[in-house]
Ligand binder design. Sequence first.
Ligand code: AMP
Ligand code: ZN
Length: 464
Amino acid sequence: MIQIYNSQTRQKEDFVPLTPGKVGIYCCGPTVYDFFHIGNARPFIMFDVLRRYLESRGYDVTFVQNFTDIDDKMIERARRENTTVKELGDRFIGEYWKDATALGVEPATVHPRATEHMQQMIDLIQGLVDQGLAYAQDGSVYFHTPAFPEYGKLSGQNLEDLDAGNRISVDEDKKSPLDFALWKAEKPGEPSWDSPWGKGRPGWHIECSAMSMHYLGQHFDIHCGGQDLLFPHHENEVAQSEGYTGHPFVNYWMHNGFLNIDNSKMSKSAGNFFTVRDILKEYDPEDVRMLMLSAHYRSPLNFSRDMMAQAKASLTRLYTAKARLLALKKATKAETAPEDGKLMGQLDEFLRHFNDGMDNDFNTAEAMGALFELVYLANTEMDETTSTAVLDHALDTLNKMTAVFGILKKEEEGVPEDIQALAQERAQARKDRNWAQSDALRKQLLDLGWQVEDTPQGQMLKKS
Ligand code: AMP
Ligand code: ZN
């Protein structure tokens, strides 16, 4: 049984989808005013793994991830660059695709843009006004939090405490300090849309309520995003959506922990960030995925070069094990062997461990352990006498696990013969301890576009 830690109830719960066999997921996506950083990449990668795992368990997943293409940051950056908000959005959505694709993040089922869903937002706001949950004030519209007594339930706070903390910053236009903008009256020079309250633009929170309900229905399974979004963004989404429909909005709320640098959150505003674009100049995209997978998505994860080096080394072990299994398959003569039953049983057990880890609130660190159990078995218990039946099963099990993680996708076959011959020569030179020759051959291979890595299991070739 899959269990999910639900931020709303603050406990692990059995996962039961609303419709058997189907899952609806909404994830808060990027604000497209700049390149995204590797902190942002954490939810993109981890919730991509969530989706892949659910699909591997046979669920039909509808995955929605939005693009926030209108907000203060978009307006400010467009102004600085002397361009329009629309053009800025188009540009950074294009850049998002480049980085997300490189990181192996699959496109969502739908990637709705806020500016293309004005009508859905306006309808929702109008509904809230009609029900007395929102009020218009000088061309803006605010959600009136005291009218929704359950406000605070997602983040585990109550209205009185929240109210007390906010009393000092009472905004003149608002009836209550916790009221928040659903619609913002037009300001000179800013993009605006027509609405029943005059020209203006939506507040940020309303877009996710409008687009999630539009694509997934008014009650759906999973909503996710970074932990910084729990309050107020998601709290406000709950208030708007449940206030509007009068019934539950989301069954499971999932929040990823922060990617930190020196134990503080990586963020653009703090200036302590690395863009994915820059990181990929130095590292392989799969190294980044491996780093993310090494920790449970809810734990904090510290980014450092040491951690990246560890991730890289772990990935190399996986590639080496896979190459070894493929090489053994070529060398082996036996289709079956006496120890098949035992080895097959062990492989099945590893896949069970893997699934147990993933069932346990998508604990990729735990599941990774099972992957390395398989690697250990391949390296210690399998050789030229192992049957093709077992080797095929080992490769199949390995592929099942790595497909969920979205790693080990580089072609290990198809190394041209002349390259293989040079690599062979280099292996011999190393055996003969002829270091000058082995270095020269490494350089020659590099010039031909192939990188050689020396591992405890021998040398490995990778396209450079
Ligand atoms: P933004 O583009 O700022 O709206 O962020 C996109 C996603 O990245 C949201 O789900 C954020 O919660 C998440 N996020 C931002 N910074 C970090 C970080 N340092 N670690 C993990 N997630 C983050
Ligand atoms: Zn959102």
